[in-house]
Design a binder for this molecule. Structure first.
Ligand code: HMH
Length: 208
């Protein structure tokens, strides 16, 4: 039996839990997150999404034709997301030209390194990164203002369906992978879980 996306989660429940449950998100739910901590996350996530968009674009160049439609929809959503980040930053008077903090920088370098891998590995990585945010912003439950807008961006039903489509496509790509690729896949998945955990923590590290 070919490995599937869900197997990666069920084989690594603790790592995935740390990726998707964090005090940062609970404090957004209750409204107790400090504004400067939230702003740190916001700016760093914008910087991350720029590199994630480049990864999405690279994925289009190697995808089978039947997978392109979903991926192009994803790119279009990323266009809106980048503009939305700029709006949020303007509302909060944030400087989007700040430097990437270490956890963001390492994650972005990793995204760039993914280009050396097969489509199967890259499509699973793309799914896992989107799913992490989809679940992380849903799991705390309804958030207070202004954080409900952020929870809705990644937790909404349409985004959930999009992530399901990414999972189906990734599973198709996994049907005929060799044992070496399967090993790479597991490592890449665990790295993503770890990067996601560190990304939440970053909000508490630097609030200059
Ligand atoms: C760190 N992971 C991180 N940021 C995001 N915006 C996503 C995943 C999903 O888009």
């Amino acid at each position: 039996m070919a490995i599937k996306c869900v197997d990666l989660i069920s084989e690594n429940p603790l790592a995935w839990k740390k990726a998707t449950r964090h005090p940062f998100l609970d404090e957004c739910r209750s409204g107790t997150i400090k504004t400067n901590q939230f702003n740190t996350w916001l700016v760093q996530d914008y910087l991350f999404v720029i590199e994630f968009t480049r990864m999405a674009a690279r994925l289009v160049t190697i995808a089978p034709v039947k997978h392109m439609d979903i991926l192009l929809g994803g790119l279009s959503a990323l266009k809106d997301e980048l503009n939305w980040f700029r709006e949020k930053a303007t509302e909060r008077s944030l400087n989007l030209t700040s430097a990437r903090q270490e956890s963001c920088e390492l994650y972005c370098l990793f995204l760039n390194d993914l280009k050396e891998y097969t489509y199967a590995v890259q499509s699973v990585a793309f799914w896992a990164i989107e799913l992490a945010y989809n679940q992380a912003w849903q799991l705390p439950g309804p958030m207070v203002q202004p954080y409900n807008e952020y929870a809705d961006r990644w937790g909404n039903q349409a985004f959930t369906e999009y992530v399901k489509m990414l999972e189906l496509q990734a599973n198709e790509a996994l049907i005929e992978i060799d044992p070496e690729t399967e090993k790479q896949l597991k490592k890449v998945f665990l790295k993503i879980a770890d990067f996601e955990k560190d990304f939440w923590q970053m909000a508490y590290l630097d609030n200059s």
